[in-house]
Design a protein around this ligand. Structure first.
Ligand code: ADP
Ligand code: AMP
Length: 227
């Protein structure tokens, strides 16, 4: 069954029918506990390598506030409770965002001839999402895993909570988010570890130090891929 990327590419005549998604579009999943520094590092990688950065959390918050959305209430409850928003909603939002980005036919490093490179941040947080994405959209090249202690993450989230305005940057929600991470997301990371796709980066150190390590890991990864 053709993936959405195949269909889109065909529609736009971006490449021949035989071309596979994997050879044209690089997808890197970005995982780590809440507050590990995923969003911060993704923003840096966008500058380094012209990635399109899609944050599952940001897409869900945008959908929550979109006028007329039938999922607003559901998303709000899940976010407050630190639970996983059903994959039908989350994967669809990501698919739509990827489709829209590819349709822009961006130019520049990694984006010529129908190619593209995406950082999918905060996804997949549960095994069913990983399976659905790989079936409907395509396979990830690698998983960037930012690891640090719960103590560091708690400090960062509480600090961020002073200005973020987020409904889930408070102790009660954070505890629930840690549980969800341990129970649902760690198995996803273990799954990709078995496949040899995980690049683990200790994110306990400064933003700059984490960035340097991440940049060199990603440079190595991209030099080995076709984009
Ligand atoms: P995530 O996307 O993983 O939830 P963020 O990137 O939003 O995490 O980072 C959480 C908070 O911690 C933000 O306020 C950010 O500025 C801060 N932060 C991120 N990385 C570091 C770091 N290496 N050292 C100190 N603070 C950091
Ligand atoms: P984040 O912005 O990554 O901290 O995510 C905030 C919240 O959005 C999470 O606690 C979940 O409730 C929801 N969320 C983010 N990413 C996903 C995902 N991949 N699947 C389901 N829910 C998600």
């Amino acid at each position: 069954m053709p993936t959405i990327i195949d269909k889109l590419s065909d529609a736009l005549h971006l490449h021949s029918h035989q071309s596979t998604f994997d050879s044209k579009v690089t997808v890197i999943f970005v995982l780590g506990g809440p507050g590990a520094g995923k969003g911060t590092q993704c923003a840096r990688l966008v500058e380094d390598f012209s990635f399109s950065h899609l944050s599952a959390g940001d897409l869900l918050r945008a959908e929550q506030h979109r006028e007329g959305s039938e999922y607003g209430q559901l998303i709000q409850t899940c976010i407050k409770e630190g639970s996983i928003v059903p994959m039908e909603v989350t994967v669809k939002l990501l698919e739509n965002a990827m489709t829209a980005t590819l349709a822009e036919r961006r130019s520049g490093e990694g984006w010529t001839d129908g190619r593209g490179r995406f950082l999918i941040d905060g996804f997949p947080r549960k095994m069913d999402q990983a399976e659905k994405f790989e079936h409907d959209v395509g396979k990830a090249t690698a998983v960037l895993f930012f690891s640090t202690t719960q103590e560091v993450m708690l400090d960062r989230l509480l600090e961020r909570g002073k200005t973020s305005g987020r409904e889930d940057d408070n102790v009660e929600s954070i505890k629930k988010r840690f549980n969800t991470y341990k129970e649902q997301t760690m198995p996803v990371i273990e799954h990709y570890e078995k496949l040899g796709k995980v690049i683990e980066i200790d994110s306990s150190v400064s933003i700059e130090e984490v960035h340097q390590k991440t940049r060199s890991a990603v440079a190595k990864l991209l030099s080995g891929s076709t984009t």
